[in-house]
Design a protein around this ligand. Structure first.
Ligand code: DGY
Length: 426
């Protein structure tokens, strides 16, 4: 496939999933606006329609809660093809939203889009509007998800991680009860192969947590301590740190010194705390189960995605070596779970498949640390997957089988982002 064919195809995916002011991840399976999908999709739009890229993030931030939280789903239009819908969340918003958040990649995306914008007036205007809102979201994280001031934030629901059914959560999730959940009908398994999705048992626990938080009126001053699930994810924290650091840089450029100083302080404190998640034995970062006060010995991509943060270079170089080890047990980098472990499932969502968005963020971090060869290899694998199996939501790291939803927005956005800057396909 020619590079131009691939880019044209990717743009068609974005246009087909464009609903005017926001983009759905894919038709059917995900019929609303998702938080980190939007921020990463905006990167793709920015290469051929800068105004549309800004609108994507502007729409997302328009639904920020008064306390600073930015929800993980915005239910712009009714659609009963998705469960759990607004009636289950019960967040009582003018436009219904979920009540939990998602990886805060918007700060990184806004800085990157601003840096390379050709319409400088529009970029400055939009960045000036968005930076204070994103900063309020970052402050919300450290206030509400790190009440003890450790420097690292906890996830209260696996859906917040974006890595919904990762093996990282198995032990902590087993402590989430299922009593009182009642019966419900999943819709995801009517759009996607059930073998590619989380299990029914996991869904019951997902819904138990939603009901628990709803019973507390979605009051973020109470949710952290009340949740039986409190997991500190290195990948999630790395995204937050990177966004804080990028926001600090952007705020300096925009002459917003208070935001610059505060964002830098948040990033620096968190960076120092990240080292408590490092495991020499694993050769990567690990999750912390905050309820138990113990690291989780689960070899997932969350501990490798940490490379996205401005970590000490020796740590990122060690992560590159860890990826080299993973390459010996798969065909396409980077598997979302170590293929040599019993938890690995090549087709099941975040228990093995490759996700282009994570590859992109890891590669970005590797380049900063002088690991360009490994970054290039990862991006080559992204290209090989798409050539072989199309713009799927995720792919089996051994067979390249396309999994989950098809015609997927952020997969296409990553191809545009990667291919607009390098020559990978001939
Ligand atoms: C889903 O519905 O699969 C999402 O990942 C939850 O946000």
């Amino acid at each position: 496939m020619q590079k131009s064919d691939m880019l044209n195809h990717a743009r068609t995916v974005l246009r087909d999933n464009d609903r005017g002011t926001y983009t759905v991840p894919t038709h059917g399976l995900y019929p609303f606006q998702w938080n980190w999908d939007s921020a990463l999709s905006a990167l793709g739009f920015s290469h051929f329609d800068e105004a549309r890229a800004w609108t994507e993030i502007d729409t997302l931030m328009a639904h920020q809660w008064d306390d600073g939280m930015v929800p993980h789903i915005i239910f712009h239009e009714p659609d009963d093809g998705y469960f759990p819908g607004p009636d289950v969340w019960g967040t009582d918003r003018p436009t219904p939203t979920s009540g939990i958040t998602q990886p805060p990649v918007a700060g990184f995306a806004v800085r990157r889009i601003h840096d390379r914008a050709t319409d400088r007036d529009l970029a400055d205007r939009m960045a000036r509007t968005l930076v204070p809102k994103i900063h309020a979201w970052h402050q919300w994280f450290y206030r509400c998800r790190d009440p003890q001031g450790t420097g690292l934030v906890a996830l209260l629901h696996p859906w917040e991680s974006g890595r919904d059914n990762s093996a990282d959560w198995d032990e902590a999730f087993a402590r989430v009860p299922t009593d009182g959940v009642g019966t419900f009908t999943r819709r995801d398994t009517t759009h996607a192969n059930p073998a590619h999705r989380p299990t029914d048992d996991q869904y019951k626990r997902y819904i138990w947590l939603v009901q628990k938080f709803r019973s507390l009126d979605w009051d973020n001053r109470k949710l952290h301590d009340a949740s039986p699930f409190q997991v500190v994810d290195p990948g999630f924290n790395a995204i937050l740190i990177r966004s804080c650091a990028d926001l600090a840089d952007l705020a300096e450029v925009l002459n917003l010194p208070d935001i610059a100083t505060q964002s830098r302080a948040l990033a620096d404190k968190a960076l120092a705390a990240m080292d408590t998640l490092w495991s020499d034995a694993a050769g990567q970062y690990l999750c912390l189960d905050r309820r138990l006060g113990a690291l989780v010995p689960s070899l997932s991509i969350g501990g490798i995605l940490a490379a996205f943060a401005p970590l000490p270079l020796n740590r990122v170089q060690a992560l590159s070596a860890r990826i080299e080890t993973l390459a010996q047990s798969c065909t396409y980098l980077v598997p979302s779970h170590d293929p040599t472990t019993p938890e690995f499932e090549g087709l099941r969502y975040w228990r093995g498949p490759v996700w282009l968005i994570v590859n992109y963020m890891i590669a970005d971090g590797l380049i900063r640390a002088g690991e360009g060869a490994m970054a290039e290899r990862i991006m080559q694998d992204c290209a090989r997957l798409i050539v072989k199996s199309g713009f799927a939501e995720y792919h089996d790291p051994i067979t390249a089988e396309p999994c989950g939803g098809a015609h997927f927005t952020w997969t296409a956005a990553m191809i545009i982002e990667i291919f607009s800057t390098r020559d990978l396909v001939s």
